[in-house]
Ligand binder design. Structure first.
Ligand SMILES: [Zn+2]
Length: 124
């Protein structure tokens, strides 16, 4: 019995950061759906839970690790943006859509896009 259980769980992805986040989000959505009696939210939470378990028991480790790495990069980007929100202002170049970061509190400044050289004025 112990051997069979060990054989079943070996080479599985398990719960990684993305899986943990999916479980917490599913729990939060499920609680909201239950509190407000919205069956759509409850069903969405069940689908999220199912996806989290499918990922946890998946043997496709490479794909799961790639998804987790993408999720971690996105989460770190959001954390950085959140930390910089009081010191920097973010714009997007009108010509090439490059994201630009300028310091806040400098008044009206002329911003030059480092990618395409487009100039535009913005208040920071
Ligand atoms: Zn540009």
């Amino acid at each position: 019995m112990k051997y069979k259980l060990h054989a079943f769980f070996s080479n599985r992805n398990g719960i990684d950061e993305l899986g943990r986040t999916l479980l917490w989000v599913a729990l939060a959505i499920m609680i909201l759906g239950t509190l407000f009696g919205i069956t759509f939210l409850y069903n969405a939470a069940l689908i999220l839970l199912l996806y989290a378990y499918i990922r946890a028991f998946s043997r496709n480790l490479e794909k799961c690790q790639r998804q987790n790495a993408k999720y971690l990069a996105w989460r770190n980007f959001l954390k950085l943006r959140f930390r910089q929100r009081k010191t920097h202002k973010f714009y997007r170049c009108r010509k090439c859509k490059q994201k630009l970061c300028v310091p806040k509190g400098k008044g009206k400044i002329c911003i030059t896009c480092p990618n395409c050289g487009e100039h535009f004025e913005k208040r920071t």
